[in-house]
Design a protein around this ligand. Structure first.
Ligand code: NAP
Length: 281
Protein backbone atom coordinates (compact mmCIF):
# COMPACT_ATOMS: atom_id res chain seq x y z
CA UNK A 1 0.00 0.00 0.00
CA UNK A 2 1.23 3.47 -0.90
CA UNK A 3 0.34 6.49 1.22
CA UNK A 4 0.65 10.00 -0.19
CA UNK A 5 0.58 12.92 2.27
CA UNK A 6 -0.49 16.38 1.08
CA UNK A 7 -2.54 14.54 -1.52
CA UNK A 8 -5.00 17.42 -1.93
CA UNK A 9 -2.17 19.76 -2.91
CA UNK A 10 -1.13 20.45 -6.49
CA UNK A 11 1.77 18.01 -6.55
CA UNK A 12 -0.08 15.41 -4.48
CA UNK A 13 -3.07 15.35 -6.81
CA UNK A 14 -0.81 14.74 -9.80
CA UNK A 15 0.97 11.92 -7.94
CA UNK A 16 -2.33 10.24 -7.02
CA UNK A 17 -3.50 10.49 -10.65
CA UNK A 18 -0.23 8.92 -11.79
CA UNK A 19 -0.39 6.14 -9.20
CA UNK A 20 -3.94 5.28 -10.31
CA UNK A 21 -2.61 4.45 -13.79
CA UNK A 22 -0.23 1.90 -12.27
CA UNK A 23 -2.00 0.42 -9.24
CA UNK A 24 -5.52 -0.54 -8.16
CA UNK A 25 -7.09 2.43 -6.38
CA UNK A 26 -7.58 0.43 -3.18
CA UNK A 27 -3.78 0.20 -2.82
CA UNK A 28 -3.45 3.98 -2.73
CA UNK A 29 -4.15 6.08 0.36
CA UNK A 30 -4.51 9.85 0.25
CA UNK A 31 -3.48 11.17 3.67
CA UNK A 32 -4.97 14.64 3.88
CA UNK A 33 -5.79 17.19 6.55
CA UNK A 34 -9.16 17.95 5.02
CA UNK A 35 -10.91 14.78 3.73
CA UNK A 36 -13.75 16.81 2.16
CA UNK A 37 -11.20 18.21 -0.30
CA UNK A 38 -10.20 14.65 -1.29
CA UNK A 39 -13.63 13.34 -2.19
CA UNK A 40 -12.87 13.48 -5.93
CA UNK A 41 -9.53 11.64 -5.73
CA UNK A 42 -11.04 8.19 -6.17
CA UNK A 43 -8.72 6.44 -3.71
CA UNK A 44 -8.89 5.60 0.01
CA UNK A 45 -8.84 8.78 2.06
CA UNK A 46 -7.49 9.04 5.61
CA UNK A 47 -7.37 12.15 7.73
CA UNK A 48 -3.83 13.24 8.61
CA UNK A 49 -2.59 16.56 9.92
CA UNK A 50 1.16 17.15 10.20
CA UNK A 51 0.46 18.92 13.52
CA UNK A 52 -1.42 15.95 15.02
CA UNK A 53 0.88 12.91 15.38
CA UNK A 54 -1.91 10.47 16.33
CA UNK A 55 -3.69 11.13 13.02
CA UNK A 56 -0.44 10.34 11.21
CA UNK A 57 0.03 7.01 12.98
CA UNK A 58 -3.49 5.96 11.95
CA UNK A 59 -3.15 7.28 8.39
CA UNK A 60 0.14 5.48 7.71
CA UNK A 61 -0.86 2.14 9.24
CA UNK A 62 -0.11 -0.72 6.85
CA UNK A 63 1.90 1.44 4.45
CA UNK A 64 4.69 -0.15 2.42
CA UNK A 65 5.76 3.20 1.00
CA UNK A 66 4.97 6.73 2.08
CA UNK A 67 5.44 9.85 0.00
CA UNK A 68 5.99 12.72 2.43
CA UNK A 69 5.22 15.87 0.50
CA UNK A 70 6.92 18.71 2.33
CA UNK A 71 4.55 21.07 4.15
CA UNK A 72 3.88 24.72 3.55
CA UNK A 73 4.16 26.25 7.01
CA UNK A 74 7.71 27.61 6.94
CA UNK A 75 9.38 27.40 10.34
CA UNK A 76 7.13 24.56 11.54
CA UNK A 77 8.07 21.98 8.97
CA UNK A 78 10.86 20.12 10.76
CA UNK A 79 8.59 19.13 13.66
CA UNK A 80 5.77 18.33 11.22
CA UNK A 81 7.95 16.18 9.00
CA UNK A 82 9.49 14.48 12.03
CA UNK A 83 5.98 13.43 13.10
CA UNK A 84 5.39 11.87 9.67
CA UNK A 85 8.73 10.04 9.81
CA UNK A 86 7.85 8.70 13.26
CA UNK A 87 4.52 7.39 11.92
CA UNK A 88 6.35 5.81 8.97
CA UNK A 89 8.77 4.20 11.43
CA UNK A 90 5.85 2.65 13.31
CA UNK A 91 4.54 1.27 10.01
CA UNK A 92 8.02 0.12 8.91
CA UNK A 93 7.51 1.88 5.58
CA UNK A 94 9.94 3.06 2.91
CA UNK A 95 9.79 6.85 3.08
CA UNK A 96 10.09 9.06 0.00
CA UNK A 97 10.55 12.79 0.65
CA UNK A 98 10.28 15.88 -1.58
CA UNK A 99 13.40 17.85 -0.66
CA UNK A 100 15.33 20.72 -2.28
CA UNK A 101 18.41 20.92 -4.54
CA UNK A 102 21.63 19.93 -2.73
CA UNK A 103 19.71 20.25 0.54
CA UNK A 104 22.64 18.90 2.56
CA UNK A 105 25.06 21.59 1.42
CA UNK A 106 23.63 24.76 -0.08
CA UNK A 107 22.99 28.38 0.87
CA UNK A 108 19.50 28.14 -0.67
CA UNK A 109 17.22 30.09 1.67
CA UNK A 110 14.65 27.28 1.79
CA UNK A 111 17.12 24.46 2.41
CA UNK A 112 17.59 24.32 6.22
CA UNK A 113 14.22 22.65 6.94
CA UNK A 114 14.81 20.15 4.12
CA UNK A 115 18.32 19.41 5.38
CA UNK A 116 17.01 18.80 8.90
CA UNK A 117 14.24 16.56 7.56
CA UNK A 118 16.71 14.55 5.48
CA UNK A 119 18.80 14.00 8.62
CA UNK A 120 15.74 12.83 10.58
CA UNK A 121 14.89 10.41 7.77
CA UNK A 122 18.41 8.99 7.66
CA UNK A 123 18.49 8.63 11.45
CA UNK A 124 15.15 6.77 11.42
CA UNK A 125 16.87 3.74 9.90
CA UNK A 126 13.98 3.36 7.43
CA UNK A 127 14.60 2.69 3.76
CA UNK A 128 14.31 6.09 2.08
CA UNK A 129 14.47 7.96 -1.20
CA UNK A 130 15.18 11.68 -1.35
CA UNK A 131 13.63 13.54 -4.27
CA UNK A 132 15.51 16.82 -4.29
CA UNK A 133 13.02 18.68 -6.44
CA UNK A 134 14.21 21.74 -8.32
CA UNK A 135 11.99 24.68 -9.17
CA UNK A 136 8.54 24.32 -10.71
CA UNK A 137 7.78 26.18 -13.95
CA UNK A 138 4.52 27.05 -12.22
CA UNK A 139 6.35 29.35 -9.79
CA UNK A 140 6.62 31.81 -12.68
CA UNK A 141 2.94 31.88 -13.65
CA UNK A 142 2.33 35.41 -12.39
CA UNK A 143 5.57 36.68 -13.90
CA UNK A 144 4.67 35.23 -17.27
CA UNK A 145 1.09 36.54 -17.17
CA UNK A 146 2.11 40.05 -16.16
CA UNK A 147 5.05 40.26 -18.53
CA UNK A 148 2.88 39.13 -21.43
CA UNK A 149 0.54 42.00 -20.59
CA UNK A 150 2.92 44.79 -19.65
CA UNK A 151 5.93 43.87 -21.81
CA UNK A 152 8.37 43.74 -18.91
CA UNK A 153 9.29 42.12 -15.64
CA UNK A 154 11.85 42.86 -12.97
CA UNK A 155 14.19 40.85 -10.81
CA UNK A 156 17.68 40.68 -9.37
CA UNK A 157 18.77 37.25 -10.59
CA UNK A 158 21.24 38.69 -13.12
CA UNK A 159 22.48 36.03 -15.51
CA UNK A 160 21.62 33.26 -13.04
CA UNK A 161 20.00 30.20 -14.55
CA UNK A 162 16.95 28.24 -13.39
CA UNK A 163 16.62 24.58 -14.36
CA UNK A 164 12.89 24.37 -13.75
CA UNK A 165 10.54 21.58 -14.81
CA UNK A 166 6.79 21.23 -14.64
CA UNK A 167 5.07 20.07 -11.48
CA UNK A 168 3.78 17.13 -13.53
CA UNK A 169 7.37 16.12 -14.34
CA UNK A 170 8.23 16.01 -10.62
CA UNK A 171 5.01 14.10 -9.92
CA UNK A 172 5.93 11.53 -12.56
CA UNK A 173 9.32 11.07 -10.87
CA UNK A 174 7.62 10.43 -7.53
CA UNK A 175 5.33 7.88 -9.19
CA UNK A 176 8.32 6.16 -10.79
CA UNK A 177 10.05 5.86 -7.43
CA UNK A 178 6.93 4.76 -5.56
CA UNK A 179 6.06 2.05 -8.08
CA UNK A 180 9.54 0.99 -9.21
CA UNK A 181 12.43 -0.97 -7.73
CA UNK A 182 16.01 -0.03 -6.98
CA UNK A 183 15.39 3.39 -5.44
CA UNK A 184 16.18 2.43 -1.87
CA UNK A 185 18.52 4.86 -0.08
CA UNK A 186 19.03 6.90 -3.24
CA UNK A 187 19.24 10.68 -3.47
CA UNK A 188 18.01 12.21 -6.72
CA UNK A 189 18.84 15.76 -7.77
CA UNK A 190 15.84 16.52 -9.97
CA UNK A 191 15.76 19.39 -12.44
CA UNK A 192 14.63 20.32 -15.89
CA UNK A 193 16.83 19.34 -18.84
CA UNK A 194 17.72 22.95 -19.59
CA UNK A 195 18.39 26.02 -17.49
CA UNK A 196 17.29 29.48 -18.59
CA UNK A 197 18.24 33.04 -17.69
CA UNK A 198 15.70 35.77 -17.00
CA UNK A 199 16.63 37.41 -20.34
CA UNK A 200 15.92 34.11 -22.10
CA UNK A 201 12.60 33.86 -20.27
CA UNK A 202 11.74 37.36 -21.54
CA UNK A 203 12.48 36.24 -25.10
CA UNK A 204 10.33 33.12 -24.60
CA UNK A 205 7.41 35.18 -23.29
CA UNK A 206 7.85 37.67 -26.16
CA UNK A 207 7.63 34.88 -28.69
CA UNK A 208 4.50 33.42 -27.11
CA UNK A 209 2.82 36.82 -26.68
CA UNK A 210 3.85 38.14 -30.08
CA UNK A 211 5.21 41.39 -28.66
CA UNK A 212 8.47 42.68 -27.15
CA UNK A 213 9.16 41.72 -23.52
CA UNK A 214 12.17 42.94 -21.57
CA UNK A 215 13.71 41.87 -18.29
CA UNK A 216 14.99 44.69 -16.07
CA UNK A 217 17.75 43.45 -13.80
CA UNK A 218 17.90 45.47 -10.57
CA UNK A 219 20.16 45.53 -7.55
CA UNK A 220 18.73 43.60 -4.57
CA UNK A 221 17.94 46.94 -2.87
CA UNK A 222 16.12 48.29 -5.93
CA UNK A 223 14.26 44.99 -6.34
CA UNK A 224 13.17 45.02 -2.70
CA UNK A 225 11.96 48.64 -2.94
CA UNK A 226 10.07 47.95 -6.18
CA UNK A 227 8.29 44.91 -4.73
CA UNK A 228 7.24 46.80 -1.59
CA UNK A 229 6.12 49.74 -3.75
CA UNK A 230 4.00 47.26 -5.74
CA UNK A 231 2.26 46.21 -2.52
CA UNK A 232 4.17 43.09 -1.42
CA UNK A 233 4.67 42.80 2.37
CA UNK A 234 8.25 43.49 3.47
CA UNK A 235 8.95 39.86 4.47
CA UNK A 236 7.61 38.39 1.24
CA UNK A 237 9.68 40.90 -0.74
CA UNK A 238 12.82 39.92 1.20
CA UNK A 239 12.12 36.28 0.45
CA UNK A 240 11.70 36.92 -3.27
CA UNK A 241 14.89 38.98 -3.40
CA UNK A 242 16.80 36.28 -1.49
CA UNK A 243 15.62 33.64 -3.95
CA UNK A 244 16.77 35.80 -6.86
CA UNK A 245 20.14 36.10 -5.09
CA UNK A 246 20.25 32.31 -4.78
CA UNK A 247 19.42 32.05 -8.49
CA UNK A 248 22.17 34.53 -9.36
CA UNK A 249 24.57 32.38 -7.36
CA UNK A 250 23.61 29.34 -9.46
CA UNK A 251 21.88 27.41 -6.67
CA UNK A 252 18.79 26.64 -8.77
CA UNK A 253 20.45 26.14 -12.12
CA UNK A 254 22.10 22.74 -12.18
CA UNK A 255 20.95 20.22 -14.77
CA UNK A 256 21.68 16.74 -13.56
CA UNK A 257 19.59 14.78 -16.09
CA UNK A 258 18.27 12.67 -13.21
CA UNK A 259 14.66 13.79 -13.63
CA UNK A 260 14.72 12.90 -17.31
CA UNK A 261 16.23 9.51 -16.47
CA UNK A 262 13.61 8.75 -13.81
CA UNK A 263 10.61 9.67 -15.94
CA UNK A 264 12.03 8.14 -19.13
CA UNK A 265 11.30 11.19 -21.29
CA UNK A 266 12.57 14.76 -21.71
CA UNK A 267 11.28 17.24 -19.13
CA UNK A 268 8.63 19.76 -20.18
CA UNK A 269 10.35 22.75 -21.83
CA UNK A 270 9.74 26.16 -20.21
CA UNK A 271 8.61 27.38 -23.64
CA UNK A 272 5.69 24.89 -23.59
CA UNK A 273 4.65 26.12 -20.17
CA UNK A 274 4.94 29.80 -21.12
CA UNK A 275 2.90 29.22 -24.29
CA UNK A 276 0.17 27.54 -22.25
CA UNK A 277 0.01 30.40 -19.70
CA UNK A 278 -0.01 33.11 -22.36
CA UNK A 279 -2.72 31.33 -24.33
CA UNK A 280 -4.94 30.93 -21.26
CA UNK A 281 -4.55 34.59 -20.17
N1 NAP B 1 9.95 22.98 -5.96
C1 NAP B 1 9.20 24.06 -5.99
O1 NAP B 1 9.30 24.92 -6.86
C2 NAP B 1 8.17 24.27 -4.92
C3 NAP B 1 7.30 25.35 -5.00
C4 NAP B 1 6.33 25.49 -4.01
C5 NAP B 1 6.27 24.58 -2.97
N2 NAP B 1 7.15 23.54 -2.93
C6 NAP B 1 7.12 22.53 -1.84
O2 NAP B 1 6.56 21.35 -2.41
C7 NAP B 1 5.36 20.99 -1.70
C8 NAP B 1 4.33 20.49 -2.68
O3 NAP B 1 4.07 21.50 -3.64
P1 NAP B 1 2.59 21.84 -4.07
O4 NAP B 1 2.71 22.68 -5.26
O5 NAP B 1 1.78 20.61 -4.11
O6 NAP B 1 2.08 22.74 -2.84
P2 NAP B 1 0.57 22.92 -2.37
O7 NAP B 1 -0.36 22.83 -3.52
O8 NAP B 1 0.54 24.16 -1.53
O9 NAP B 1 0.30 21.64 -1.44
C9 NAP B 1 0.79 21.55 -0.15
C10 NAP B 1 0.07 20.40 0.52
O10 NAP B 1 0.53 20.30 1.87
C11 NAP B 1 -0.62 20.09 2.69
N3 NAP B 1 -0.39 20.55 4.05
C12 NAP B 1 0.07 21.75 4.46
N4 NAP B 1 0.09 21.79 5.81
C13 NAP B 1 -0.38 20.59 6.25
C14 NAP B 1 -0.61 20.03 7.52
N5 NAP B 1 -0.37 20.73 8.65
N6 NAP B 1 -1.05 18.77 7.59
C15 NAP B 1 -1.31 18.04 6.47
N7 NAP B 1 -1.13 18.52 5.22
C16 NAP B 1 -0.66 19.79 5.13
C17 NAP B 1 -1.71 20.93 2.03
O11 NAP B 1 -2.99 20.53 2.48
P3 NAP B 1 -4.33 21.25 1.93
O12 NAP B 1 -4.61 20.65 0.59
O13 NAP B 1 -5.35 20.88 2.95
O14 NAP B 1 -4.05 22.71 1.86
C18 NAP B 1 -1.46 20.59 0.58
O15 NAP B 1 -2.09 19.39 0.23
C19 NAP B 1 4.94 22.26 -0.96
O16 NAP B 1 4.18 21.93 0.17
C20 NAP B 1 6.28 22.89 -0.65
O17 NAP B 1 6.87 22.29 0.50
C21 NAP B 1 8.08 23.36 -3.88
Amino acid sequence: MIVVTGATGQLGRLVVEGLKTKLPADQIVAAVRNPAKAADLGVTVRQADYNEPETLTAALEGADKVLLISGTELGRRVAQHEAVVEAARKAGAHIVYTSAPKAHDTALILAPEHKATEEIIRESGLPFTLLRNGWYHENYEETVREAAQTGEFIGSAGEGRTSSASRADFADAAVAVLTGDGHQNKVYELSGDTAWTRAELAATIAEAAGKPVTYADLTPEQHQAALVEAGLPEGAAQFTVALDGNTKDGLLGETSGELRALIGRPTTPISDYVARVVKSA
